[in-house]
Ligand binder design. Sequence first.
Ligand SMILES: [Zn+2]
Length: 103
Amino acid sequence: MLTRNSNFMLAKTKNINLDFKLLFVPSWVMDYVIVHELAHSKVSNHSNAFWQLVASAMPKYKDAKKWLRKHEGIISAQICAGKNFLDDKAAANFIKSINNENI
Ligand SMILES: [Zn+2]
């Protein structure tokens, strides 16, 4: 899953771990994931204070959350179907299509 536990910051080391499936999301969605994880360096939970901090860095963060909810199943299904994203033209077209799609 892209929206739950697959991306996280280790509190002890402050290292951010990102799901490889984020390679297939638009850059503005990736920006949200990075902002989200960086915000956890200040606020560990998802309280109002956390979301206010995220919004201060990325006012339209809800659009990225919406995009992730809409597309995470599609991306996972493509990967589970054994798509070779490095060589498969169809997979490349898939990535192109989801990156150009409006939310
Ligand atoms: Zn979080």
